[in-house]
Design a protein around this ligand. Structure first.
Ligand code: HEM
Length: 330
């Protein structure tokens, strides 16, 4: 375990129990293929982890459409960063509040590979699906030599752990058998965080095992490519270099290519409808064991009733006291 992780745990221990989520009764459903511990050869025949059935184009490839340095014009990058991190931020520990995951500038949060707990996707109202970064530009020579740039920013914020992480403008480069994923990575921290802020523009974030794919109908598809972390700095030492990140799916298309529609964006269930007289949130993450579970407020019904009786009697006494002198004076 890294120093930063130990620091986080020590900090946490000093704060008291951080999680009251009953681990034994919680089922986390993993809906995607997780990458193996060692980079494995990519199967281009298996189902891509980040491509739902709806993105499979059924129309025939346009005749004569070819992906060339002159025609490359579109594409997309589907990547979830690291699912356990999406869960850490998007679900939080111990009922954390204020956490958020947002996408902007050409990125979106899809419904692919969402965190599902006890059958509920995005259980804390934070979208936890993988991200889609839109095509920006490409310097394309061949399927084994290109740089493809994608656009957008994803921000993952965990206020009570004092950090916001931003991942922006990823790009995939492959040449001479080496394939890397670069991105602008920024870790913003607040006082109390167990790590310093980090700004790593264009850092080599991941190493990829590129498939030997060839374009079809002007479209090059890399489905579910394994990615490992290239620098532990990007996560302030919370993950070690070489750690498995989520597999990514990349498409690069010619202007004439028939590209699949983008995946659906994540939908987060609105909070349960309130009748107007019950504003107490659902008790999912309250401490277990020991009574009373909640702090006493002193505002129980019995005290309220007696207070009402005393106020009414006091009012009556005042009225009587004010009435008598006037009666005597007449
Ligand atoms: C710079 C600030 C921080 C960063 C970048 C950070 C990042 C991370 C990362 C990447 C993980 C691994 C998540 C996973 O894949 O399961 C993690 C786990 C954890 N963090 Fe933080 N963290 C920060 C601050 C804190 C603080 C202040 C605390 C304590 C209050 C904390 C408590 C924990 C705990 C307990 C885990 C383990 C969660 C688990 O295994 O389920 N972290 N953190």
């Amino acid at each position: 375990m890294s120093i930063a992780a130990v620091a986080g745990l020590v900090f946490l221990a000093a704060q008291g129990p951080v999680t009251d989520v009953p681990v034994t009764t919680t089922t986390v459903t993993t809906t995607t293929v997780t990458s193996a511990s060692a980079p494995a050869p990519v199967s281009t025949t298996g189902p891509p982890a980040l491509a739902p059935a709806s993105t499979t184009s059924s129309s025939p490839a346009p005749a004569g459409c070819a992906l060339t340095p002159g025609t490359v014009r579109n594409g997309e990058l589907l990547w979830g960063l690291k699912k356990s991190f999406r869960q850490y931020v998007g679900v939080g520990l111990g009922g954390a509040t204020g956490n958020s995951i947002t996408a902007s500038g050409g990125a979106s949060i899809t419904n692919l590979d969402e965190v599902v707990i006890d059958g509920v996707p995005n259980p804390r109202g934070v979208p936890t699906g993988a991200y889609r970064f839109s095509f920006d530009s490409a310097d394309y020579t061949s399927p084994s030599r290109f740089t493809a740039k994608f656009r957008g920013t994803v921000a993952l914020a965990y206020p009570s752990h004092f950090f916001t992480m931003l991942i922006s403008n990823p790009q995939v480069s492959t040449s001479d058998g080496t394939t890397v994923l670069r991105a602008d990575v920024e870790l913003r921290t607040q006082p109390g965080a167990p790590a310093n802020p980090v700004a790593l523009p264009g850092v080599e974030l991941g190493r990829l095992t590129a498939p030997a794919a060839t374009p079809s109908g002007g479209l090059l598809t890399w489905p579910s490519v394994p990615v490992t972390l290239a620098t532990s700095e990007a996560f302030a030492g919370f993950y070690q270099t070489g750690a498995d990140l989520d597999p990514l799916t990349m498409r690069l298309g010619a202007d004439c290519a028939d590209t699949p529609p983008p995946p659906q964006t994540a939908t987060v269930a609105p909070p349960p409808a309130s009748s107007g007289d019950d504003l107490v949130p659902e008790a999912r993450f309250r401490p277990t064991g020991g009574t009373p579970a909640l702090a006493a407020t002193g505002a129980d019904i019995e005290h309220g009733l007696w207070a009402g009786v005393v106020i009414v009697l006091s009012g009556l006494a005042l009225v009587l006291a004010a009435y008598r002198p006037r009666t005597r004076g007449r």
